[in-house]
Design a binder for this molecule. Structure first.
Ligand code: FAD
Length: 398
């Protein structure tokens, strides 16, 4: 086993580190304070090739392996996990098309992401269906003309206020159906967009018929640089060619997407944990109490060691999961869940203990550690809460 990076992987890491240093770190605290969606930074990341990593080479995409993808996301997250969440959300929404779409669908639905810095949303969660996504009630129903009509409400959707394309998981036939389909509403079908400037909600009218409404963006505890809003699909006409793969196999496709995406969330956690460790180490090397640097006080030194260990072990779990998923190993799901849990734990531990080692200064919003402590919580929640990951591991074990 080789823990070294290939020249290409090192190249990615160096590129993203430079991008974070020059484009994110200098402005991140100001953007955070303004709670402004950093579309310009995301556009620059797109220009550098840091978005849409799952798009196949056949349509001029990068088709990056999962280890390299994890490295890119970890480095981007070292800069800001709101930005990396928005960036990786395109792959979350597009992975199902890469994995299960026809050649024609890949060309039509993924091609635009290579041409321009557009964003996509992955629409799974509903007000009554969070951890238990089988309880979703959004559904498509076939009309007499052979076309389907989509209705339903999704919540907590990343990129929703800016998305040009929506990947939607929904029931087939009726809300209580056992079958789940995956449909995609592409930007080419949007004929008109009305934005309400007072609350930034949107009303999108579609060529084929129907509307998509995106709500006012959510005001969040953390990851304030990612955009999150609700999405309502009202009588949206869906052609057969917008349904990915077999319309009854959506649940299987969903598991494939989450296996692919959970290591990416783990990478977000590792990036945040490493950032929290670095800012804390720097702070405790400078701050003196009782005539010595905080980092030289044995108990504080021990906390720093524990933080470092969490980061390193989470990185190992992340790499193992990325390799397992890349190789399509039969037990990849449990390793993806393990990596997500371990990385979330590392992020929370490093951010909370890091804040503690900053003393009262850590509680002040001008210190980055306070932002990291707020950002860390969501890593333990989105793409499946900790308990759901343990449930998946438990199933596999017994
Ligand atoms: C900032 C943000 C961005 C998001 N982005 C997206 C997105 O782009 N697309 C999308 O579809 N969704 C997105 N989500 C939704 C996210 O995936 C869900 O919030 C998450 O899956 C949890 O669902 P829930 O909030 O309904 O919590 P619930 O399912 O109501 O769970 C609440 C708590 O109950 C407990 N619990 C639940 N189930 C179990 C169980 N089986 N065993 C033991 N305890 C349990 C846990 O403690 C859990 O934390 C996002 C959420 C946020 C906050």
């Amino acid at each position: 086993m080789d823990f070294g990076l290939t020249d290409e992987q090192q190249g990615y890491v160096d590129t993203v580190r430079k991008f974070v240093k020059n484009e994110i770190t200098p402005s991140v605290m100001k953007l955070e304070e303004e709670h402004k969606f950093p579309k310009e930074i995301i556009d620059k990341a797109w220009e550098l090739g840091l978005l849409n990593l799952c798009v196949p080479e056949s349509i001029k995409g990068y088709e990056l392996d999962l280890v390299s993808t994890a490295l890119v996301i970890e480095e981007l997250s070292y800069g800001d996990t709101g930005i990396s969440t928005s960036a990786m959300c395109n792959d979350l929404a597009n992975a199902v098309i890469s994995q299960h779409g026809s050649d024609e669908q890949k060309e039509k639905l993924l091609g635009p992401f290579i041409e321009a810095p557009i964003l996509s949303s992955f629409c799974l969660t509903e007000p009554g269906a969070g951890s238990d996504n089988s309880a979703m009630t959004s559904f498509i129903k076939k009309g007499d003309d052979g076309k389907y009509v989509l209705n339903g409400d999704k919540c907590f959707i990343t990129n929703a206020s800016y998305a040009s394309q929506f990947t939607v998981f929904c029931k087939v036939g009726k809300p209580a159906s056992q079958l789940i389909a995956c449909v995609v509403i592409p930007s080419t079908l949007i004929s008109e967009e009305k934005v309400n400037p007072s609350n930034e909600s949107r009303e999108l009218t579609l060529h084929g018929g129907g509307k998509i409404f995106t709500s006012k963006p959510e005001d969040k505890l953390g990851q304030r640089l990612s955009n999150t809003a609700s999405v309502t699909f009202e009588d949206v006409i869906v052609d057969k060619d917008q349904i990915i793969g077999d319309r009854r196999m959506g649940f299987k496709y969903l598991i494939d997407v989450l296996d692919y995406a959970r290591p990416m969330v783990a990478a977000i956690g590792v990036g945040l944990a490493r950032r929290a460790f670095d800012v804390t180490l720097e702070y405790t090397k400078e701050r003196k109490q009782f005539g010595q640097r905080i980092c030289d006080i044995p108990v504080a030194r021990d906390t720093l060691v524990q933080m470092w260990k969490k980061v390193e072990l989470a990185e190992l779990a992340l790499m193992k999961a990325a390799i397992k998923v890349q190789e399509k190993a039969p037990d990849r799901g449990m390793y993806a869940s393990l990596a997500k849990n371990v990385a979330a734990e590392a992020a929370l531990f490093c951010a909370n203990e890091g804040l503690h080692l900053h003393g009262g200064y850590g509680f002040m919003s001008e210190y980055e550690i306070s932002k990291l402590a707020r950002d860390a919580h969501i890593i333990d929640i989105y793409e499946g809460v900790r308990e759901v990951q343990n449930m998946i591991i438990g199933w596999e074990l017994v």
